[in-house]
Write a protein that binds this ligand. Structure first.
Ligand code: NAD
Ligand code: DAU
Length: 360
């Protein structure tokens, strides 16, 4: 039985990954989820796996060498899947420090602890030990409109403090692979969407605001392009890379699904209008009149687009979910999980929202 150490498993992608892995492997694997439970971590996402004998949760900081070292000492970890990070670009523009700490120093600590547990005296590693670092396409910078793709060979050119901190973490993983022959892979993925995404990110924020009849703040001219991938397809890609990917390689993960932001916002409004019954008093307020163009994000990358050829050829991955189905499923999920949304938007998120959007 393989033992997985998943960091950031209480966040959006991490929790979807854990749910996917138990659905796929059942009792054949063991997962230890280590998460600090910041504002973005929510154990409610994992209530369906709580209580499984092959699942456990440890509340710890990935920067804490003692806590992470103890997990490695007490468990024979085969696989590390490293999601834990500060993940929101707007927050990084306001407060870069915590991004450097968590994303760079936290990744360094994860690498050190894994290496200390796995490396033999002769510098080799036991067969089957693998560390997967989950990263982003934002490390590649920005593409011109309608021209070109990010490849694994594209030079790094991060613009935001978030993407710079992720680029730093990727460089550390590359350095460990080159210097210590540390058994790792890096995946650089495009924008994910789906259940359990915190409503600071475009899609859940727009769904939540529309349902409350609040304005829908579109940055700049709304023509920035993101390449959207259903989160479960990302979970499947990560698993395939760990099972079949060549060690030391980087794989870009994306669905060839580029959309202007404004298209997404309009689609959310139209889909909500289709799904909400006429008897729902909120329906009348869900209209395109809510769209409000606001001050642009500083350093706003114009376009991201992934060429996922390498991962398709190497491990046979391609996305299963068409955007039109994925976005509908996502909206339906938020409509049937209004308690979840109410829970995560109480307290700190309200303060964040008022502060972030006060001049927009
Ligand atoms: P998220 O913000 O939803 O979740 C991050 C998780 O990390 C939370 O559960 C949080 O509590 C935990 N965490 C934060 N700091 C920690 C610390 N110091 N110690 C332990 N746990 C800590 O993020 P997400 O959207 O699920 O992203 C997960 C990973 O995927 C990140 O590394 C991100 O850079 C990367 N990524 C995200 C996307 C996307 O579209 N969301 C796309 C590509 C790559
Ligand atoms: O590309 C992968 C990255 O995607 C991940 O590495 C990040 O962790 C993840 O947060 C995401 O970053 P983005 O900045 O692309 O996602 P976000 O949802 O914040 O914004 C998507 C686009 O929508 C972006 O062009 C900014 C715009 N936007 C966002 C918000 C929150 C708006 O127009 N209005 C908004 O209120």
């Amino acid at each position: 039985m393989k033992t997985y150490l998943v960091t950031g498993g209480a966040g959006f992608i991490g929790s979807n990954y854990i749910l996917y892995m138990f659905e796929k492997y059942g009792d054949e694997i063991r997962i230890i989820n280590v998460d600090l439970l910041t504002y973005a971590g929510n154990l409610e996402n994992l209530k369906d796996v709580e209580g499984r004998p092959n699942y456990s949760f440890v509340k710890a900081d990935i920067c804490d060498a003692e806590a992470i070292g103890k997990i490695f000492a007490e468990n024979d970890i085969d696989r590390v899947v490293h999601f834990a990070a500060e993940s929101h670009v707007d927050r990084s523009i306001k407060d870069p420090g915590v991004f450097v700490r968590t994303n760079v120093l936290g990744t360094a600590n994860m690498l050190n602890c894994a290496r200390a547990a796995w490396e033999r005296e002769d510098g080799t590693y036991p067969e089957g030990k693998r560390f997967l670092h989950v990263s982003t396409d934002e490390v590649y910078g920005s593409l011109p409109e309608g021209n070109g793709y990010f490849y694994e060979t594209t030079p790094y050119a991060p613009h935001s403090p978030y993407s710079a901190s992720k680029a730093g973490s990727d460089m550390l993983v590359k350095a460990y692979m080159d210097t210590y022959h540390f058994p790792a892979n890096i995946t650089n993925c495009s924008n994910n969407y789906g259940p359990y995404q915190f409503p600071e990110k475009l899609i859940p924020l727009m769904i939540n605001n529309a349902l409350q009849g609040k304005k829908l703040p579109v940055y700049g001219d709304g023509k920035n392009v993101r390449d959207w991938l259903y989160v479960r397809d990302h979970a499947k890609a990560i698993d395939l890379v760990q099972e079949k990917g060549k060690l030391f390689e980087t794989y870009n993960v994306g669905g060839h699904n580029e959309k202007h932001n404004i298209e997404i916002v309009e689609l959310i409004i139209d889909t909500l209008r289709e799904i909400l019954p006429d008897s729902d008093p909120r329906k009348a307020g869900v209209t395109r009149d809510l769209i409000t163009y606001v001050e642009d994000r500083k350093g706003h990358d114009r376009r991201y687009a992934i060429a996922p050829d390498k991962i398709r050829e190497a491990v046979g991955w391609q996305p299963d979910t068409m955007f039109k189905d994925g976005i509908r499923k996502t909206i339906e999920w938020y409509l049937s999980h209004e308690d979840w949304m109410a829970g995560v938007t109480s307290g700190d998120y309200q303060k964040y929202y008022e502060d972030m959007y006060k001049n927009r």
